[in-house]
Design a protein around this ligand. Structure first.
Ligand code: 6CS
Ligand code: FE
Length: 311
């Protein structure tokens, strides 16, 4: 059932087109590189990523790196609350800062992080290509006030609303605080990346104005989610600060609200293959703003060995 967008690009993953939810077979590889000799991490982790759709790498950043990243995160939050520019998303209700987008542009520290070889070279390996930053954000999920992110596949949104053609992108979530089992850690469904869950309903106008606070479209039906969980279970990506959770663009994930005193603040960097640049959205809506989806300024990342204690 091939469809097309306004640019007549072939839609391999039609969704939110008034059809009932079904599962479509993934039509793209998970790990694009086959060169086992030049792999930046142990092959066992690559196998896990291929099989489950995600991996957690501990102890990637030093204590001083983490402190520099935490300081920058706090600085951005304290200097953004009254900024009503689009990239600052406030929590519904409390008005606390929920997310800040496009931090790889607004912050020199996070710009450096996005090009850090420990991350960018691994993204190049997994995606088998040079990469660019499709989206970056800081999700603060503050104690008591941090609300949930309902179950979703990022790719379903990036395909339908941003025009990302194929599954050749991934997220790297760098943990800035303890991700405990109880303060709203990322929950992922192993193996869910192999099925594209077609979502029901139609994309509202300017959907991002509500979806970044509370997503109601581009989410699986209860039945689809139940089926994925029956097949793969649910894993919570608990880890200490300075870890990296790497997950495929299509893995089903979500996270609960945080009612504990402990913030769960993570940076998210989304790497997309240069061969998978966004085209026109696969829905009848205008493209989303640049702070959510890089479209105007697509430049390959040049991986650099770096640290964050200003040496
Ligand atoms: O719409 C998006 O691009 C964002 N929404 C979610 C829930 N995850 C990915 C991304 O941050
Ligand atoms: Fe997401």
């Amino acid at each position: 059932m091939k469809q097309q967008n306004s640019q007549q690009a072939e839609d391999y993953y039609p969704s939110r087109n008034g059809q009932p939810s079904i599962f479509l077979e993934r039509q793209d590889p998970v790990v694009y590189s086959t060169d086992k000799n030049n792999c930046p991490i142990e092959q066992e982790k690559i196998q896990q990523y291929q099989e489950n759709g995600f991996i957690v790498l501990e102890d990637i950043f030093s204590q001083s790196d983490i402190e520099a990243l935490q300081a920058e995160s706090t600085f951005l939050r304290q200097n953004s609350k009254d900024k009503h520019s689009g990239e600052v998303i406030l929590e519904p209700g409390s008005g606390e800062v929920r997310s800040i987008f496009k931090i790889h542009e607004s912050s020199a520290v996070f710009k450096k992080l996005a090009t850090d070889k420990r991350l960018a070279s691994l993204a190049e390996y997994l995606l088998g290509d040079k990469v660019y930053i499709h989206q970056s954000r800081l999700n603060y999920k503050l104690g008591f006030r941090g609300k949930n992110f309902y179950w979703h596949s990022d790719f379903e949104t990036w395909h339908v609303e941003d025009g990302m053609p194929r599954m050749r992108a991934l997220s790297m979530s760098i943990t800035l605080t303890e991700n405990y089992s109880f303060n709203g850690p990322l929950m992922l469904i192993p193996g869910s990346h192999r099925s594209f869950v077609v979502c029901e309903g139609e994309t509202p106008e300017e959907h991002f104005k509500s979806s970044l606070k509370n997503q109601e479209y581009g989410v699986p039906t209860d039945q689809s989610l139940t089926q994925l969980v029956e097949e793969g279970g649910i894993v919570t990506a608990t880890s200490k600060p300075g870890s990296v959770i790497i997950f495929d663009c299509n893995v089903m994930h979500g996270s609960n609200s945080n009612i504990t005193p402990f913030p769960r603040s993570n940076i998210f960097l989304v790497y997309n293959s240069m061969a998978n640049q966004v085209v026109a959205p696969f829905c009848e809506r205008s493209p989303r703003p640049e702070f959510i989806c890089t479209r105007e300024k697509i430049e390959p990342v040049i991986p650099v060995v770096s640290n964050f204690n200003n040496e």
